[in-house]
Design a protein around this ligand. Structure first.
Ligand code: F3S
Length: 82
């Protein structure tokens, strides 16, 4: 599984991520991206192979490297069940 979170401090609202991975990312009112699965908490695993492919496309297409991707959840808090 992969985990993803958008670094909203560096996102420049380019929009490539949600085109590459519309199931995983969307934009707020200012065009800043956020993770759809868990409101950009980075704690919900992406397990589906096609979704992981989309995630990798988004990761590679972001010009400011704001799409972060990891094998581990990004939050240290235990809030998986919330
Ligand atoms: Fe922002 Fe990168 Fe997406 S700049 S809108 S996270 S492609």
């Amino acid at each position: 599984a992969k985990y993803t979170i958008v670094d909203q401090d560096t996102c420049i609202a380019c929009g490539a991520c949600a085109i590459a991975a519309p199931d995983l990312f969307d934009y707020d009112d200012e065009g800043i991206s956020f993770g759809l699965l868990d409101n950009n908490k980075g704690i919900t695993p992406v397990v589906d192979e096609e979704m992981i492919d989309e995630l990798e496309d988004a990761y590679e297409s972001c010009p400011s490297n704001s799409i972060q991707m990891s094998d581990e959840p990004f939050s240290s808090e235990k809030e998986e069940a919330s």
